[in-house]
Ligand binder design. Structure first.
Ligand SMILES: [Zn+2]
Length: 78
C-alpha cells in the first residue's frame, strides 16, 4: 500500500490517497475529485475536468498516466 496526495495527482489539496497500485490511487483521486466538486468545491473543478479529459483522450493523457505510474513506483513502499 502506497500513498499519494491529491496534489501529486494534479489536484489542489493535500488529501492522501492510498492504494496497492497506481491505478487504485488514480481511481481514488477520480472519486475524490467527483465528490469534492459535487459538494460545491470549486478548487477541484479544473483537476476534475483534466481527469475527465484524460479518460476521453487516453493517448493525450498517457504522459500524465506514465508520470503517475513512475511517481508511484518510486515511492518507498512495503
Ligand atoms: Zn483534493
Amino acid at each position: 500500500m502506497k500513498t499519494m496526495t491529491c496534489k501529486q495527482l494534479g489536484g489542489p489539496c493535500d488529501l492522501a490517497l492510498s492504494g496497492d497500485t497506481a491505478d487504485d490511487v488514480i481511481k481514488a483521486q477520480d472519486s475524490h475529485l467527483n465528490a469534492a466538486v459535487a459538494s460545491g468545491d470549486a478548487t477541484h473543478e479544473g483537476a476534475l475536468k483534466a481527469m475527465k479529459g484524460r479518460w476521453k483522450h487516453p493517448i493525450k493523457g498517457m504522459g500524465w498516466y506514465k508520470q503517475v505510474k513512475a511517481d508511484f513506483a518510486a515511492l518507498p513502499g512495503d
